[in-house]
Write a protein that binds this ligand. Structure first.
Ligand code: ADP
Ligand code: MG
Length: 397
């Protein structure tokens, strides 16, 4: 982190010839449990990780907001007063600068739309310089890390009074409308509300968020991320199809969303629904239950007892929701049989990463076994790294 801070400051100096007035950062995230529950108004339990995106910032007197990233040479700028027009004409769609400038725009959008309803007419222009050690596109939400780092920088520099749950919505609005990526609010909530050695228990209906101690450090447990590098071309279509099945299942069961069903409702669902829709519904209903059980288990018994819930979550995604792939199954099974106390694929599925909860003393055994198993199956070598539940977005200096 010290190096990253220095790099970000150096880059700021190179761009502007001046010292930044401050440095802000926000983390990526891993979802511990609660997959495909967000758009069903259910529960998720992500945590912020020790990989962060930094923003060095300084004021300008011309009303222009300018953004640069260590990832590329492009410098993008727009007058703050014209951000609305830029977003409206789609000028930031699918563009990296949209995650940063989109946040500035969203702060000025009405609260009912997910903005912060602020009057940005009188704010000064800014230079923003971004650097990061969150892997891009690996399912650790580098996008939310970028949005949230910019969001905390702007609220400080423009002296805005916006609480963090509102800022999470601002980040989501930027990603949904300025960038054009249809994502939920889990990532921004984890990045803004995360705490050291804790997870964020989020109710995706009420948007209530609660910090839940994980106690991984005290239990001698580490989270190993196994990035399979598998990216399936049908991931987007598969996601859309799963969402449609969930909506159809809820409609057939006569509830607004699958959040409104309990495990006790499943026998009736089996009678009413076709087999595929039933299994999609069963995943969401049992996964919501597992998130609640994980929170309760963490509080009553501690982290060492949550392994079976992670394992069951994986089985449900593999067999009922059918979003796993052979590489993810192999990662999970190999971790489980070599010392992990629990493991599951994490993220939207059809590729991406698995996580394993591993006693520190077993870490090298699990890593060697996973590497070996992938080689034996002729799969692309995975990337393995540990993550630590960490603080959410903050001012660094
Ligand atoms: P993920 O959030 O899983 O990493 P996404 O596709 O949601 O993947 O977001 C990745 C995109 O976010 C990148 O393609 C880029 O446009 C933007 N982004 C993230 N971090 C940075 C960064 N440090 N500098 C510039 N753009 C970034
Ligand atoms: Mg993302």
């Amino acid at each position: 982190m010290t190096d990253l801070r220095d790099d970000t400051r150096d880059l700021f100096r190179a761009l502007t010839g001046a010292e930044p007035v401050g440095l802000w950062s926000a983390p990526g995230r891993v979802n511990l449990i609660g997959e495909h529950t967000d758009y069903n108004d259910g529960f998720v339990l992500p945590f912020a990780i020790d990989r962060r995106t930094l923003v060095a910032a300084g004021a300008r007197d011309d009303g222009v907001i300018r953004v640069a990233s260590a990832l590329g040479d492009e410098v993008v700028e727009a007058p703050v007063a014209e951000l609305g027009a830029l977003v409206a004409e789609g000028g930031l769609q699918h563009h990296w600068a949209g995650y940063a400038l989109g946040v500035a725009w969203a702060l000025g959008e009405p609260v009912e739309r997910g903005g912060a309803g602020l009057d940005l007419v009188a704010v000064p222009g800014l230079d923003l310089v971004i650097d990061s050690n969150v892997p891009i596109g690996a399912g650790l939400s580098s996008s939310a890390a970028l949005e949230c780092a910019v969001a905390v920088a702007l609220t400080d520099l423009w002296r805005l009074d916006v609480d963090r749950p509102r800022l999470a919505r601002v980040g989501r609005l930027a990603e949904n409308e300025a960038v054009g990526a249809p994502t939920g609010i889990m990532d921004q909530s984890a990045s803004l509300l995360g705490r050291r050695d804790a997870a964020v228990f989020l109710d995706c209906r009420s948007l209530d968020a609660e910090v839940v101690d994980l106690g991984f450090a005290a239990a001698g447990l580490t989270v190993l991320v196994i990035d399979t590098h598998v990216k399936h071309s049908h991931a987007t279509g598969g996601y859309r199809e799963r969402r449609a099945s969930c909506e159809a299942g809820a409609a057939a069961m006569g509830v607004p969303s699958l959040r409104d069903l309990e495990v006790d409702d499943l026998p009736r669902a089996r009678e009413l629904l076709d087999d595929v829709t039933f299994r999609r519904v069963r995943h969401v209903v049992t996964e919501n239950r597992r998130v609640l059980d994980t929170v309760r288990t963490l509080r009553l018994e501690g982290a060492a007892a949550i392994g079976p819930l992670l394992d069951a979550s994986h089985v449900s995604m593999r067999d009922d929701f059918e979003i796993s792939v052979p590489e993810l199954d192999l990662a999970v099974e190999t971790a489980q049989s070599n010392g992990a106390i629990g493991a599951r694929m994490t993220g939207g599925g059809f590729g991406g990463a698995a996580i394993a909860l591993v006693p520190e003393g077993e870490l090298s055994r699990v890593k060697v076994a996973v590497d070996g198993a992938f080689a034996e199956h002729g799969f692309t070598a995975p990337t393995l790294f540990t993550v630590t539940p960490s603080e959410g977005a903050t001012r660094e200096t």
